[in-house]
Design a binder for this molecule. Structure first.
Ligand code: COA
Length: 314
C-alpha cells in the first residue's frame, strides 16, 4: 500500500453521531430461545447485550443527522455521501441514495461493501475525495446484521446486531497519517452469506485469521505513518470478540486500557462497530486534540483495514 504523498489536501472530523437498533436484547433473552447462557457469551465473546431492529436508512439517517448537527453544516454544502454497509435495505438502489434524500443532501452518494472493515475502507475513500477537491464528505457505517442472522443458530446469534455511526469529514488540517487496505479472497468460504440466506461462519478459523490480519494491517499503517505502538493513545478495533481484541493488542504491544470497546453493549455491528466505539470514546472525553488513534478492522472477504489519525488534524 502506498504512503500518503506530501502536500495532499487533508481533512478531519468536525461532527459525529451514532444510532443503535430499536430493541435491546440481553444474553438472557437469547438463552430463553436457544441453548446458550449469559456466562458463556460474556466469557467467550465479551458481549452482554445488543440492539436490533430498524432499517438501514433509518439508523443511517439518525447518525448522519446527528453528525451534520454537531458540525453545524448546511446539508446542501455536503459534496458526497459514502455509506459503508453489508446489509443495504434493497439490492438496488444503494441505501446511500435513500439516506441522501432523507437528510436533504444534494450530492453523489454510494455504498461501500467491505464487510466489517467497511468503515475504514470508506474513511480512506472519503479522504481521497477531499484530496480531489470535495469540501465536505458525510461518512456513515451501518449494518442491520439481525436481518441475515439465523436466530436459531447459537454459533452466530449470540454475536451479531444492528447499529450505525457517522462522521462529517471536512477539508482542513489533515488527520490521516497512514492507512492500509487489504483482502484475501481465497478465504471467502470461512465467512459468507448468500442472497436470501443467513451468515455462515467457521468461528475458530475466523478467530485465528482475524488476529493475524488485524496485527499485520495495524503494523503497516503505523509504519506508513512513522508511528510506534507506544505513541498510539487509543486503538479502536473492530468489535467482534473481546478475546480477538486482547490477542491483537497483546501482539501489537498496546495495553487493553488503551482500547476503545463497546462490544459489551452493542455486539458485532460490522461496518458500525468502529465508529460506535470511536465516537463513544470521544464523547467520554478519552481523546484529546493531537492524540494518535489507530482504527483497525477485519471481516468477510477476508478484508482488513487500518488507519492512523491525529485527532483534530495536524
Ligand atoms: N453458547 C453456549 N455454548 C456454546 C455456544 C453458545 N453460543 N457456542 C458454542 N458453544 C460450546 C461448543 O459447543 C463447545 O462445547 P464443547 O466444548 O462441549 O464441545 C464450546 O462451547 C466451545 O466452542 P468453540 O466453538 O470452541 O468456542 P470458541 O471459544 O471458539 O468461541 C466463537 C466461538 C464463535 C465465539 C469464536 O470462535 C469467535 O468469536 N470466532 C470469531 C467470529 C467472528 O468474529 N466473526 C465475525 C467476524 S467479522
Amino acid at each position: 500500500m502506498p504512503s500518503i504523498p506530501t502536500g495532499v489536501r487533508g481533512a478531519r472530523f468536525t461532527g459525529w453521531g451514532t444510532a443503535l437498533g430499536h430493541r435491546l436484547v440481553t444474553n438472557d433473552d437469547l438463552a430463553a430461545t436457544i441453548d446458550t447462557n449469559d456466562q458463556w457469551i460474556r466469557e467467550r465473546t465479551g458481549i452482554e447485550r445488543r440492539h436490533v431492529g430498524g432499517t438501514n436508512a433509518e439508523l443511517s439517517s439518525a447518525s448522519g443527522a446527528a453528525a451534520l448537527a454537531m458540525a453545524g453544516v448546511d446539508p446542501l454544502s455536503v459534496d458526497a455521501l459514502v455509506l459503508a454497509t453489508t446489509t443495504p435495505d434493497r439490492a438496488v438502489p444503494a441505501t446511500s441514495s435513500t439516506v441522501q434524500a432523507r437528510l436533504g443532501l444534494r450530492c453523489g452518494a454510494f455504498d461501500v461493501n467491505a464487510a466489517c472493515s467497511g468503515f475504514v475502507y470508506a474513511l480512506v475513500n472519503a479522504h481521497g475525495l477531499v484530496a480531489m477537491g470535495a469540501e465536505r464528505v458525510l461518512l456513515i457505517g451501518t449494518d442491520i446484521l439481525s436481518r441475515i442472522t439465523d436466530w436459531d443458530d447459537r454459533n452466530t446469534a449470540v454475536l451479531f446486531a444492528d447499529g450505525s455511526g457517522a462522521a462529517l469529514l471536512e477539508a482542513g488540517p489533515g488527520q490521516l497519517l497512514g492507512w492500509d487496505l487489504d483482502a484475501d479472497g481465497t478465504l471467502e468460504e470461512i465467512l459468507y452469506c448468500d442472497h436470501g440466506g443467513f451468515i455462515q461462519m467457521n468461528g475458530k478459523e475466523v478467530f485465528k485469521r482475524a488476529v493475524r490480519i488485524m496485527v499485520d494491517s495495524a503494523q503497516k499503517s503505523m509504519k506508513h505513518a512513522g508511528v510506534t505502538a507506544d505513541q498510539v493513545s487509543l486503538i479502536v478495533p473492530h468489535q467482534a470478540n473481546i478475546r480477538i481484541v486482547q490477542a491483537a493488542c497483546d501482539r501489537l504491544d498496546i495495553p487493553m486500557d488503551r482500547a476503545a470497546m463497546c462490544i459489551q453493549d452493542t455486539g458485532n455491528t460490522s461496518s458500525a462497530s468502529i465508529p460506535l466505539a470511536l465516537f463513544r470514546a470521544a464523547d467520554e472525553g478519552r481523546i484529546a486534540r493531537g492524540d494518535l488513534v489507530l482504527m483497525v478492522g477485519f471481516g468477510a472477504g477476508m478484508t482488513a483495514a487500518s488507519a492512523i489519525i491525529e485527532w483534530g488534524g495536524h
